[in-house]
Ligand binder design. Sequence first.
Ligand SMILES: [Zn+2]
Ligand SMILES: [Zn+2]
Length: 349
Amino acid sequence: MRRLPIFFVIDISESMTGEPIELMEKGIENIVSSLRQDPHSLETVYISIIAFAGKAKAIAPLVDLISFYPPKIPVGGGTSIGSALNVLMDEIDTNVKKTTFETRGDWEPIVFLITDGKPTDDPSQAIIRWTDKYAKNVSLIAITLGLNADVGILNKISNTVLALENTDKNQFFKFIEWVSASVKAQSQMIELDNKNSPVSLDKVNNAGLKVIGTTSELNISDSSCVTLTGRCSSNRRPYLIKYAKPKLVEGMERFIKNHQYYHLEGAYKLEESYFDWSTDNYVAEQVDTSSLDGFPPCPQCGNQSAFAMCACGKLLCVGDENIVTCPWCEKNIKFNEGSADFLITRGQG
Ligand SMILES: [Zn+2]
Ligand SMILES: [Zn+2]
């Protein structure tokens, strides 16, 4: 039997923390349960999930719909599209059967690459490998969540770049339905016509997706999100604080107070695995705390501020106590009243 391999390559960088990752987990579950109800898909569709932040890895190897178990989606620092592509190509090499003179291999794989960011590494080598050997035989659809992804890079690896402009829950699930419907349609077409055809983009508008032709349509703001990593001084566990620029409608700037500031979006618990998915060697950006609006309590222990900095340059939480041991460097820190603005290291995004 010829299988139809579907790869989801998912950006799990810091900016996805919180609701986006939860939606993504639910979205994958929805896609799988919807496909399981479709007899054509049940027969042909195989699914694999590759996650990428600073590092990339297959978190679900290519399996049939019945054996597929939705993985927990991690979070990491960085957006290494190069690593994501390399892992994707390795997975294709290992798991997708090629057509030879003797046997017919699998159907052309379909890849949904979903990202909201800009690469933090140089993906040019991976892109060369991709265009030389894979681009012709793999159908890759790149989807940007929001309007801040680097479309220039995505255009180099895919003829089809779509943007989900509005990333609220409703729109996101419409997009997920579109993915399920596209996969169903592909598996049906394969059965009827016995040949591969490109994924239809007829209904993308209904799904809130916009076909992006040129680079100029996106990149509205290059830094819509600031993320910072800290550790809880009570239980030492990591957390992430996320700020975003308020969404602006053109001409409305003056109605939104402090629109040039990053507003607090939330503070989230991180798993220790965050560090495994992050790049070790990136040049940290600095962000001026005076451009940040709002400081959250610690999401791990509830301490009143998750936003204290040790002399080692790392963030930790503090409560009422005057002396705290830094969970990063083990030094005792004495906090005094009054807060001068300071520079802190910004996440990779
Ligand atoms: Zn804490
Ligand atoms: Zn420290």
